[in-house]
Design a protein around this ligand. Structure first.
Ligand SMILES: *Cc1c(COP(=O)(O)O)cnc(C)c1O
Length: 357
């Protein structure tokens, strides 16, 4: 029944799948996970699929102290014809390679990585939900396991992929969010790790997120870490604005995460004839555009929500409404087009999808 490139240990105790109401986002995990070890001298070895379950780690495992770890996030989608497909997995694999390079984690073979994604999803195909707007979230990550107190690049690592069936990110439809500029904390600095999906970046972002949430905002609008003047990201999403008919988004300067959704949106927007500017955008320019009514739409982009409309921005002590707190036409079109390709309801002219089953 199953032919695999990797040894597979099937679970003897299948997990209970959540109902559609229970599913939510990132709360339930599928039956199996992929594991592979790295040891200095041996390289990556023992790729395998085993039942999902707890790990054993030494308290001195270096990741717990020095945060030498990176992760990825992508999804598998069930099409109307029952086939399952991934969205641009090559881009996630490449980005993880870049993140690993920055964090001195040994590179993972790209072909093996793609096969591991496909085989794990195939094995747990029953876990890919089929209701509209659902998918199987895939979380690959790698971390230092070496038991050692002392700062150096570790000599042993574990690479894991697990999956989680997820519902619509927006149970009641896409609602615009309120966001707030953060002027004290920064998420990342030039020369740092902003362009990597490394755990430490998210720990550093929590305080501002908690503060924004306590003040009634959904997300933080991050400024750059050098001048604290230029817009970089929104929460853990990339951010785009429509100003005077043009699309403006922060350029990839080293502290902005190069999102796969960002890249996909920019390609589509250029195809559709929009002028797209990847450049410095100061908070002041944004305030002026908002105040003079030239800020037509604003949205965040990321795998989890695809696009997330921004309905209100708190800037310089004032609240600015955008497009009457409603999703704008460009935001909606991007959402419809990208999710259409992902769920196989519109043709994938760009060859972005990879069939797994
Ligand atoms: C993951 C992530 C994004 C979005 O990347 P996608 O590849 O589109 O999911 C944007 N910003 C940050 C900080 C992220 O971690």
């Amino acid at each position: 029944m199953l032919t695999s490139n990797f040894p597979v240990t099937l679970t003897k105790t299948p997990r209970v799948k959540p109902t559609a109401e229970e599913r939510g986002f990132g709360k339930y995990f599928s039956d199996h996970m992929f594991l592979m070890n790295y040891d200095k001298g041996q390289g990556w070895h023992d790729p395998r699929i085993v039942p999902y379950g707890p790990l054993t780690l030494e308290p001195s495992a270096m990741v717990l102290h020095y945060a030498q770890t990176v992760f990825e996030g992508l999804k598998a989608y069930r099409r109307a014809d029952g086939h399952i497909q991934l969205f641009r997995p090559d881009a996630n694999i490449q980005r993880m390679k870049d993140s690993c390079e920055r964090m001195c984690i040994p590179a993972i073979d790209e072909t093996l990585y793609l096969n591991a994604l496909k085989e794990l999803v195939t094995l747990d195909a029953d876990w890919v939900p089929s209701e509209p707007e659902t998918s199987l979230y895939i979380r690959p990550f790698v971390f230092a396991t070496e038991a050692h107190v002392g700062v150096h690049a570790a000599h042993s690592y574990l690479f894991i992929i697990f999956t989680s069936p997820v519902g619509s990110y927006y149970p009641e439809g896409i609602n615009p969010v309120r966001i707030m500029i953060e002027s004290r904390d920064v998420r990342a600095v030039r020369g740092g790790t902003g362009y990597c999906k490394c755990g430490g970046n998210y720990a550093a972002s929590l305080r501002a997120g908690e503060k924004a949430s306590a003040a009634g905002f959904t997300q933080v609008l991050w400024l750059d870490g050098v001048h604290q003047k230029y817009i970089e990201e929104v929460g853990s999403m990339n951010v785009m604005f429509k100003i005077d008919g043009r699309i403006v988004t922060p350029e990839l300067n080293g502290s902005v995460l190069p999102g796969v959704t960002r890249r996909s949106c920019l390609e589509l927007l250029r195809d559709w004839g929009y002028e797209v500017e990847e450049r410095l955008l100061s908070a002041q320019e944004l305030t002026e555009a908002a105040a003079s009514g030239r800020l037509e739409e604003a949205w965040g982009t990321g795998t989890a929500a695809v696009v997330s409309p921004i309905g209100e921005i708190f800037l310089d002590g004032k609240d600015y409404r955008i497009n009457d707190f409603k999703i704008g036409p460009v935001t909606q079109r991007l959402y419809d087009h990208i999710t259409g390709i992902q769920w196989g309801t519109i043709p994938d002219d760009k060859n972005w999808t990879v069939l797994v089953k």
